[in-house]
Design a protein around this ligand. Structure first.
Ligand SMILES: [Cu+2]
Length: 293
């Protein structure tokens, strides 16, 4: 019988590990959790007034110990993004198909309408170039489909931003889809408060404040004259913010007009994509914001 001997040795090993972790406890062990608790109060007070959705869900603040930002997982809270199109061909339009599987394992077919749509699909290359925001059509069986064309090869991230019917809060699931070819990553443009797109000039006012909600205000002009964007997705624009490095998808909501509140989970650089509609066409102004560290 060699098993008891093995078990004995294993138990001794465990005891040694346990003793070691006790010794380190005051640095990294259980003490760390209680020590972080008092931070909840003031952080919640400071930021809770501008955003309550996440607080209602998990009762936590938006500090470093809050729930991780969206977009980083293919599966979360029982919902899974299932890409049925698993590769893209640069320069070719194709149907991008996927479904969202629910906690019961079947495709989700009941969604809440958020910003006038059941689901928002964002596609962007991993270097934050080639941003697209589209609205797929859903078949009866829950399969989503949208014509998609990427112009350049590379690894793309697709985000499905939606809220299951009856759910307290929205979800953003993300998946990688590759477009084979010669990938030439672009460096992130430097931070700027002005962007031009399709003959429009867009000014950004506001800064990102890590660990809380940041108010970002945009003004659009053309040829020196102010432009009033047309209604789009239930507001005067739609803002997506992605973190450089891991493409975390920030929670952003419209406050009024072209003013938005963005939840910024950490210091770092972010790419902001403002969709606004004018002349019946949607334009996307892009900004780099934040700091290197
Ligand atoms: Cu959308």
């Amino acid at each position: 019988m060699r098993t008891p001997l093995k078990l004995g040795a294993f138990a001794a090993g465990l005891a040694a590990v346990f003793a070691a972790s006790l010794g380190a406890g005051h640095l990294t062990g259980p003490i760390a959790a209680p020590a972080s608790q008092p931070a909840h109060g003031p952080t919640e007070q400071a930021h809770g007034r501008t955003e309550t959705q996440q607080d209602e869900h998990n009762g936590q603040s938006h500090g470093n110990d809050a729930k991780p930002p969206g977009g980083l997982q293919i599966s979360q809270d029982g919902y899974t993004l299932v890409p049925l199109t698993t590769s893209l061909t640069a320069g070719t339009q194709q149907d991008f198909r996927f479904r969202i599987d629910g906690p019961d394992g079947t495709p989700l077919t009941r969604y809440s309408v958020e910003h006038e749509q059941e689901l928002h699909l964002i596609a962007v290359r991993r270097d934050l170039a080639g941003f697209q925001h589209v609205h797929p059509a859903r078949a009866q069986d829950g399969t989503w489909s949208v014509p998609l064309q990427v112009t350049q090869p590379g690894q793309y991230r697709v985000f499905a931003d939606f809220r299951p019917d009856g759910s307290e809060q929205g979800l953003t699931l993300g998946a990688d889809v590759a477009a084979a070819g010669d990938f030439r990553p672009q460096p992130l443009p430097p931070a700027a408060h002005t962007a031009t797109v399709d003959g429009y000039t867009v000014e950004l006012r506001g800064e990102l404040h890590p660990g809380g909600a940041s108010t970002l205000d945009f003004t659009v002009s053309r040829d020196g004259r102010p432009v009033d964007p047309e209604p789009y997705l239930g507001a005067q624009g739609h803002l997506v913010a992605l973190r450089d490095g891991d493409l975390a998808y920030l929670h952003v909501h419209p406050v009024k007009g072209t003013t938005f509140a963005a939840e910024v989970p950490s210091a770092g650089r972010y790419r902001l994509y403002l969709d606004f509609k004018h002349g019946g066409t949607v334009h996307t102004a892009e900004f780099t914001a934040g700091t290197d560290h």
